[in-house]
Design a protein around this ligand. Structure first.
Ligand code: RNT
Ligand code: ZN
Length: 413
C-alpha cells in the first residue's frame, strides 16, 4: 500500500474523508501578493519604501522591472499548487518610456500589461491603492491629512483605483478585491485623535461615492495598530475600520500582523463572520512586531484556517498573503508562504470538525483534548504530498528555485 492509501485509511478511521479534503482545497483561491518579488518597490517612482513598513535584507536577484517581476511570478506560480489570483499595488503601474503620471491620474491603460498577463494565465487580479512611498505623503498623512491639497490628491488616487479595479474585473471576468490601507499616524502622542479619523471617514466617503459595480469590485478596509515611526497613534484603527465597513456595507480586512502581540486573528474570524457576508484576510507572520516574515506552518496559521473551514466559510473569506522577506531567495519565500497557507487549509479540512464540536457541546473536554492532540500526529504529510502530486507540482521546489537562481537571478547585476 502506498503512503497516501495508508493515510487515507488512518483518517477514515478518525471519520475524515481525505478525498473530499483534497477536492475542496483544489477550488480555494489564494490571492498572492506581487510585492514579495521586489521588496514592495513598485515601478512608478524611485522613492524608497515608507509608511511604517519595512522589508529587510539584501538578497541578490531582486526583480527590477515588470518583465523580471512577471518572470519571477511565473516561476513561483509554477511551483504553487491550486488556484491563484495576483494581487497588485497601484505602484506597479507600467508607464511608457518617459511617461510621467501622478497617482491621482492613473488609468486602466497603465495596467493593460498586467491584464494581458493575468488573462493569458486564466487568473483574476486584486488591487490596492498605494498610499505610501510617494512625495505627496506629507508628514506621514494621506487621506487623513489636514492639508486639503494632500487629502484631495489621495482621494483622487482612491477613485482612480476603483476604476482600475472595475476594469480588472471586467477584463478577467473575476471580481476584484480592492483593499484600502493607509499608513497615516503619529510617532508621538497626538493632541487630536478624532480630527484625523473624521477626515479619513470623509475621504473614504468621497472615494466610494463614485459609481462602481458592487458585484465586481469588493472594497475592503484594512486596519492597523501601529507602524514603525508611527507608534503612538494610527488613524485606521481596528475600531475605526470595522465600524466604517459595517456602516458602508464594505468588507473588513484583518492582517494578522496588525494587532497587539497576544491578540489573535483566528479568534476574531467567527465574530466577523456573524456580522459580515464576506471578510478578507492578509495572512502574514509577525515576529515581535508587524515584521511580515514568510508564512510558516505554525499554530496561528493553522488556527486561522480552522476558523475558515469549520465555519464553512471558504466562499466568504477573501484569502490573501502579505509578507516580504528580502533576506532569502524571494521566489522561495513566495512559494513557502503560499504553500503554507494551503497546507493550513488542508490540515483544517482533515479534522473531524463535526465530532469535535459535538465533544465541546457535550462538555467532553477530556475526550476533546485527546482527539485534538491525536490529530496533530495524523499522517498529514502524506495527504499533502498526494495533493501536490495531483496538482502536478513538485514537492522539492528548492532544487527548481536554486536552478532559477543560477540561471536567471544571478545574472541580474
Ligand atoms: C501594511 C499593510 C499593507 C501592506 C501592503 C503592501 O502594514 O499590511 O497591507 O503590507 O499593502
Ligand atoms: Zn496587510
Amino acid at each position: 500500500m502506498n503512503r497516501y492509501e495508508s493515510a487515507k485509511e488512518i483518517y477514515a478511521a478518525l471519520g475524515v474523508d481525505t478525498e473530499k479534503a483534497i477536492e475542496t482545497l483544489k477550488d480555494v483561491t489564494v490571492s498572492v501578493h506581487c510585492w514579495q518579488g521586489d521588496d514592495v518597490g513598485g515601478f512608478d517612482n524611485l522613492e524608497s519604501l515608507s509608511g511604517g513598513i519595512q522589508a529587510t535584507g539584501n538578497y541578490p536577484g531582486k526583480a527590477r522591472n515588470p518583465e523580471e517581476l512577471m518572470a519571477d511570478i511565473d516561476k513561483a506560480f509554477s511551483l504553487i499548487p491550486g488556484k491563484k489570483k495576483l494581487n497588485l499595488h497601484a505602484s506597479y503601474a507600467i508607464f511608457e518610456e518617459g511617461e510621467k503620471v501622478g497617482r491621482d491620474a492613473i488609468e486602466p491603460k497603465h495596467f493593460a500589461k498586467w491584464v494581458e498577463f493575468a488573462k493569458a494565465r486564466n487568473m483574476g487580479l486584486d488591487f490596492n491603492p498605494t498610499f505610501f512611498s510617494h512625495p505627496m505623503v506629507k508628514d506621514n498623512l494621506t487621506l487623513s491629512s489636514p492639508d486639503e491639497e494632500v487629502r484631495t490628491y489621495w482621494v483622487n488616487h482612491g477613485k482612480a483605483c476603483v476604476r482600475i479595479a472595475e476594469y480588472f474585473a471586467n477584463e478577467t471576468g473575476t471580481p476584484c478585491v480592492l483593499n484600502i490601507w493607509i499608513p497615516d499616524g503619529y510617532k508621538d502622542i497626538p493632541a487630536d485623535r478624532m480630527g484625523p479619523r473624521a477626515r479619513f471617514k470623509k475621504s473614504l466617503d468621497e472615494i466610494l461615492s463614485i459609481p462602481y459595480d458592487k458585484s465586481k469590485v469588493y472594497v475592503t478596509l484594512e486596519s492597523k495598530v501601529f507602524g514603525i515611526g508611527l507608534e503612538s497613534y494610527t488613524v485606521g484603527s481596528a475600531e475605526f475600520c470595522l465600524s466604517y465597513s459595517a456602516s458602508k456595507g464594505i468588507t473588513p480586512l484583518m492582517d494578522n500582523g496588525h494587532y497587539h502581540p497576544t491578540e489573535v486573528v483566528s479568534d476574531k474570524i467567527p465574530s466577523l463572520l456573524l456580522f459580515n457576508d464576506k471578510i478578507a484576510l492578509h495572512i502574514t507572520r509577525a515576529v515581535r512586531w508587524d515584521s511580515d516574515h514568510v508564512v510558516i506552518f505554525d499554530d496561528e496559521t493553522k488556527e486561522i484556517a480552522k476558523e475558515i473551514v469549520r465555519n464553512d466559510a471558504l466562499d466568504r473569506v477573501f484569502i490573501a498573503t502579505d509578507y516580504f522577506d528580502a533576506s532569502i531567495n524571494r521566489i522561495s519565500a513566495w512559494i513557502t508562504g503560499v504553500r503554507n497557507v494551503q497546507k493550513a487549509l488542508l490540515f483544517a479540512l482533515l479534522e473531524p470538525n463535526a465530532k469535535m464540536k459535538e465533544l465541546q457541546d457535550s462538555n467532553k473536554t477530556t475526550q476533546l483534548m485527546v482527539l485534538q492532540e491525536e490529530m496533530k500526529t495524523a499522517p498529514f504529510g502524506d495527504v499533502w504530498a498526494e495533493y501536490l502530486c495531483r496538482a502536478g507540482v513538485t514537492a522539492d521546489y528548492l532544487t527548481e528555485v536554486e536552478n532559477y537562481e543560477k540561471e536567471v537571478l544571478e545574472k541580474r547585476v
